[in-house]
Each structure stands twice: as C-alpha cells, then as structure tokens.
Design a binder for this molecule. Sequence first.
Ligand SMILES: [Zn+2]
Length: 180
Amino acid sequence: MKVAFVVFTLFLCSEGCPRIISRSEWGGQRSKCTSYLKPPMTYAVIHHTEGNRCFSTSTCSAQMRNVQSYHMKNRKWCDIGYSFLVGEDGNVYEGRGWKTLGAHTLNYNSVGYGICFLGNFTGVAPGTKALNAAQQLIKCAVSKGMLKSNYILKGHRQLGSTKCPGNTLYNIIKKWPHWQ
Ligand SMILES: [Zn+2]
C-alpha cells in the first residue's frame, strides 16, 4: 500500500504540470473531432481569444463554454479550436488536449499546440498567474514527451495574417525560452 501511495503521489506531482481543468469540469460539449496528432509536436503557438478576461474558475469556465459554442456553432468546427486555454485564475483549461488535431493556426495545426489566453491582451498584459500557468504547461508538455525538447515558440501573428496574441502579450512571449 505504501508503494502504491508513493507511486500515486509521484504521478500526481510529476513533471511540474499545472492544474488542467478538464472538459467535464468546465462543462464542455462533447468533441466531434476525428483527427489526431502524433506527438511530439514541434511548435507551441500562443494566442488570445480577444474576448473577455476572467479571474475565477467559474467565470473562466463560462468563457470556455462561450468560445467552444462560437467555434462549434458559428464556425462549424468539431470542437473549440485551441489545444489548451489559460485563465487569469491561474488554471489551464483543456481544449482539444494533447492528442487531438486543433484548429488554431492555419498550416501548423498538425505540428503544434495552440495555447490561448482567455482575454484581449492588445493593450494590457495577462496577470502573472496566467503567464506562469502557460509557461508551466509548456514545460509540462516537454516532460510528458508531447512537445520536442527543442520546440519552437511562436506568436500566432508570426505564422498568419493576424494581430493575435495582441501587442502586449506578444512582447512578453518574445522574451520566453525557445521563442524565435
Ligand atoms: Zn490566434
């Protein structure tokens, strides 16, 4: 029993992964996606939703449901487009996750994860908790073998004609490891 407990504890605490709020926890609709990734991925691509910011698990969960509904109903996608989203409550929210092909960055969906900050960060920076959670998620992805150890970090605007992830957030991620 003691060994089992230790293994269980190591599993929970391994890899320094942030808390990831599951789809059922945020009230997500069932994914209709049928295309999958073959990790490890080469790219981590940073986005913002350009929508409302959120600072609590309940309001971020509501934002997740809004974004998913917009992507599924209006854009007719099989699920919320991003792999993971990050709230200013300091939590990561599961989008398509590690294994499902995303719809976040044209031409890069099969080679990268889309990590999206909930909010509009054109003129204001995300809070420290959100910035830390996103960086922790990237490290976690490497330690789980989902992202190559020599991964490339990009802002969405570097890979397509968009201002995403907003000027302020973009200037922040340019200082993060592996940005090029
Ligand atoms: Zn974007």
